[in-house]
Design a protein around this ligand. Sequence first.
Ligand SMILES: C[S@@+](CC[C@H](N)C(=O)[O-])C[C@H]1O[C@@H](n2cnc3c(N)ncnc32)[C@H](O)[C@@H]1O
Length: 295
Amino acid sequence: MDLDATRAALLDTMLEEYADRLRELGEEDCAVTLAYTHGVHRVWRQVIQMLPIPAGTAVLDVGTGFGLLPLELTAGGSLRAVGVDHEQPYIDHGRAIQAELAEQDFFASGSEFELHVGDARDLAFADETFDLVFMREVLQFIPEPVAALSELRRVLVPGGYACVGDTDDQLWITWPPPSQALQRLVGAVAAVQYAQGGDRQMGRKLTSHLRAAGFEINSLVVLPEAQHRLVAAEDGERTLILEQLRAARTRVLSQGVTDASTFDSDLAEFEREEPAEQFRLNAKVIVLAQRPEGD
Ligand SMILES: C[S@@+](CC[C@H](N)C(=O)[O-])C[C@H]1O[C@@H](n2cnc3c(N)ncnc32)[C@H](O)[C@@H]1O
């Protein structure tokens, strides 16, 4: 679909300002999630542009976070786009963002945007409600991925499409490699996710999980983002990693995957790291799958 560059720029500015406001309010977890998902969303714009999404399409985004995907889709065309997430604070902030954007004439005429609280594994929609369902960076957190994908299939019309994307830790490569301190910190956060039934190698498993849930695979892309840059103290990505680690501290310590003194000294060491040149490659796996006609 065509994305309007002016509206995309308006959305970007609005989201950056909103994340700053969340930081000022001390809502660390929300600020970090918004900043991270906004970065992912920018990369995904090229995928959205490749998808044929005609006017009148009913779209669902499962695990929508702040609703960035439905926000952008309803700015670009007269669609019905619905987002569902199990975190009430994300939905509340998404609705506040929607209200502010509506005042700036952001939405295409005839479009409908809705956000609801709900669980991916038990969607409160009738069978065959949507033409297109997205699930972006969510399956890695769900202990029963095939059950969640079967729910996606249930709410899709036969012949409808699911666009599912996720991360895979081995598609993140840097040179020079991360310091021992950073590796321990990132490993501790990943260990919490695994302990809660998540899977940080979800990217490579998407096609088999989708097939197990009754989908046909239409296409598979690996979307790379590569940079060679100087990672200075004020670097945006480095700042985001620091914010993510600070926000994860309580979760990591309560799960007992490391102790407070190791976590804090590793964090202090990472903060002290000298500016350095870095090559970085980060790739996302994205699969377009179809509910079979006549299913
Ligand atoms: C990394 S964020 C991605 C947000 C959004 N898909 C995006 O790309 O902007 C992961 C999201 O999945 C949501 N999530 C995780 N498990 C869920 C579940 N069982 N049901 C609904 N949402 C879930 C989280 O609350 C969070 O908002």
